[in-house]
Design a protein around this ligand. Sequence first.
Ligand code: 0O2
Length: 228
Amino acid sequence: PQVFEIPETFRETARQFQEAMMQYSCAIREFKTKLEVLNDELSMRNARNPIEMIKARVKKPKSIVEKLQRRGLPLSIESMESNLDDIAGVRVICSFVDDIYEISRMLERQDDVTIIAIKDYIKAPKENGYRSYHMIVEVPVFFSSSKKNIRVEVQIRTIAMDFWASLEHKMRYKKNIPENHVKYLQDELYDCARQSAELDNRMQNIRNLIAEEAEEEERDTLAMLPMK
Ligand code: 0O2
């Protein structure tokens, strides 16, 4: 059988690409640890977990190439690193809308997290109804002989927002949906987004009321304690 020689330049590019992917996955690990630390501390202080779930992924090579091509950008590791902000992606799922802002404020205060961009699709939802809080951050990762600042795309959302986004995502990538169904599905999804936003707000209000009651109860208990 014919044996093909793999050119040295290809070998080297493949090695560099693998190294870059390893670095992105390390950045995800570092960032996830930050979130877990915040969650542990907040759950001790408030006796509940603000973060329900953390999902993370490194973008697949095929999707990286497609995105660079779609934008007419060079297909190189340098181009990928400087132009794409979402190769390392972390999704944080919270129960309540206030938790999203609390987590994001805490991340902003960490002096080794550089905020590159913020998009608040909760205050300003997208036209299709999409809601989520997006942050592009840069975190330093220390390797054996160097430190590298690596970008991570963070999407913070409630359970309801996540449920909606995964359904909408499925529809977006479905081909062959008849034209009249597309309009119907878009309208339905928009209505679901509106209703789930209302649900998020109502559940946030319930939680605020429960927290107020608990605070009042604590104040009453303290007032009843004998003064020294
Ligand atoms: P995928 O398949 O989820 O990875 P960018 O292309 O990221 O550089 P953009 O589009 O301005 O620039 O960023 P934006 O608006 O912050 O969106 C980034 C990601 O948010 C998307 O990645 C989606 O994961 C999610 N997102 C944004 N809008 C929607 C939406 O309308 N519906 C759903 N389901 N998800 C959304 P990708 O790479 O576009 O897609």
